[in-house]
Write a protein that binds this ligand. Structure first.
Ligand code: NAD
Length: 478
């Protein structure tokens, strides 16, 4: 067990230091740097809910970092450690992240100090509805001003309650469904949103592995197939990333770190089995998929090709950074590496695929969901059958050729069924996400390799994001 000995900046200070490091390499007009860095407003609410025969008082936050574009966007987190500094840091990250992946939003974030595991479902619903009421009446939930989404401790269920609460308060708002994203598919959601952030991590790694020079910097070769991976946090993001990387790309998940310990299996853990165990037992202790280690955080020091922190902020810090052996870290969580640890890793040449980019899959698919809600039609509904009819024409012609040439030529097995099928919503969402992750990586990469004074992807990501926010302010005449 590592005991904290170094005093480090807070999460928000850490984000600001990373921002400062990037703007020092940019030429922004005087004063604009400060305007972009500061958080516009943070609303704190304390409200009471009568539960179990008494009144419980809860504290929640909604922070708006930048309104250069509206609505502002960012998840709502349920955790006991939620505080103003954390939501402000997360809101700032949302601003730069949305700009980096060209999602037309400003940055925001919310949180409620609560242990969701301590409450029954119907109690959580009451608490969530009351929190949503407090935010909605101040337009901190609103389809055109502020659109929350899931984050740690929340998911589809909470988003459905929030949407319903907003609708009860705004009965004539035809766009009410767009007040929050991450809703269940049968309540205005979109296919592929639950998996989106983990899927984005997979697409980010696939894009990284397409560039031999980038792999070489991390001392890696080949493809994801056979690469050893350690994941911290097997929740929504970590589970989906681990599942897709192992089941679709051949990577080996050799260890998982959870809140109650770690699990090791050098042959590769069965991610579905571990995830199911966590859901049933509340932790990984006792899971037969691998060897249990009580000091989970010590597994950060295990040798692996790729390290994926996917739980909370500040887990790789000055107290444990020296033992980190992975040459490639992808920040699936927000802020998992402190500013101090980032400097150490940067000097050492470890490649870090930064949170701004790595976990942007969630907000990207949230953007698609918001557009779907505003257009009141599912993606692909107009084109799918027409596309299939046109494909049928081509297949008919190829089959005619096939008959004409007798056995000299024939269609490849399964070509017909694969080609004929028009894309459904899930395929379109994945295609849009893949395109977004590739394009954003290339924009970071251009800065990373194109400038001698930008030695790492994080600085490049900040430069791309901040310059887009700056252009947007400039266009507004600021
Ligand atoms: P989640 O609540 O679904 O899962 C978090 C997991 O981490 C849980 O399994 C929890 O037990 C584990 N965990 C918590 N503290 C831990 C600790 N100290 N050590 C080890 N494990 C720990 O949350 P999530 O939605 O997967 O979010 C995880 C991270 O990803 C957060 O930083 C969040 O901000 C970020 N993120 C989430 C989304 C999204 O769409 N959900 C989008 C972008 C970024």
């Amino acid at each position: 067990m590592i005991v904290a000995v170094h005093k480090e900046p807070s999460f928000r200070e850490s984000v600001d230091l990373m921002f400062n490091h990037a703007v020092a390499l940019m030429r922004l007009p005087p004063g604009l740097e400060e305007k972009i860095r500061v958080c516009n407003a943070t609303y704190t609410v304390r409200f009471g809910v009568r539960l179990r025969g008494q009144i419980f008082t809860f504290t929640g936050y909604r922070s708006v970092h930048s309104e250069h574009m509206e609505p502002v966007k960012g998840g709502i987190r349920y955790a006991t450690a939620v505080n103003q500094d954390e939501v402000e840091a997360l809101a700032a990250l949302m601003t730069y992240k949305c700009a980096l992946v060209e999602a037309p939003f400003g940055g925001s974030k919310g949180g409620l100090c609560i242990d969701p595991r301590a409450w029954e479902e119907h109690e959580l619903e009451q608490i969530t509805r009351r929190f949503a009421y407090e935010l909605a009446k101040r337009d901190l939930i609103n389809p055109s001003q502020n659109v929350p989404a899931p984050d740690m401790g929340t998911g589809e269920r909470e988003m459905a309650w929030i949407a319903d609460q907003y609708k009860r308060m705004n009965t004539t708002d035809i766009n009410a469904n767009a007040c929050v994203t991450g809703k269940p598919a049968n309540a205005g959601g979109i296919q592929g949103r639950v998996e989106a952030t983990g899927r984005g991590v997979q697409y980010a790694l696939r894009e990284f592995f397409r560039h031999p020079e980038d792999k070489a910097i991390a001392g890696l070769t080949g493809t994801l197939d056979g690469k050893t991976v350690i994941v911290q946090g097997l929740g929504n993001v970590g589970y989906h990333a681990a599942k897709f990387l192992s089941q679709e790309d051949g990577a080996r998940i050799i260890a998982v770190i959870e809140h109650d310990g770690g699990l090791i299996n050098p042959d590769g853990l069965d991610v579905d089995m571990v995830s199911q165990w966590i859901r049933q037992h509340g932790g990984i202790s006792g899971c037969p998929a691998g060897e249990f280690i009580a000091d989970g955080a010590s597994l950060f020091h295990m040798e692996c090709d790729i390290l994926i922190p996917a739980a909370i902020e500040g887990v790789i810090n000055l107290d444990n950074v020296d033992g980190i052996r992975a040459q490639l870290i992808i920040e699936a969580a927000n802020g998992p590496i402190t500013y101090g640890a980032d400097q150490v890793l940067r000097k050492r040449g470890t490649v870090i695929i930064p949170d701004l980019y790595a976990n942007a899959g969630g907000v990207t698919v949230s953007y698609f969901e918001w557009v779907k809600n505003l257009s009141h039609i599912r993606f692909g509904r107009m084109q799918r059958r027409q596309e299939e009819a046109r494909h049928q024409l081509l297949v008919d012609e190829l089959e005619r050729l096939d008959r004409y040439l007798n056995d000299a030529w024939s269609l490849t097995p399964h070509f017909k069924e694969k080609y004929l099928r028009g894309a459904d919503e899930l395929e379109l969402v994945r295609s849009g996400l893949d395109d977004t992750m590739r394009t954003a990586y290339q924009s970071m990469r251009e800065v990373w390799h194109g400038r001698d004074d930008v030695p790492d992807l994080r600085t490049a990501a900040y430069i791309v994001g901040i310059s887009r926010v700056a252009s947007s302010y400039r266009a507004k005449g600021l």
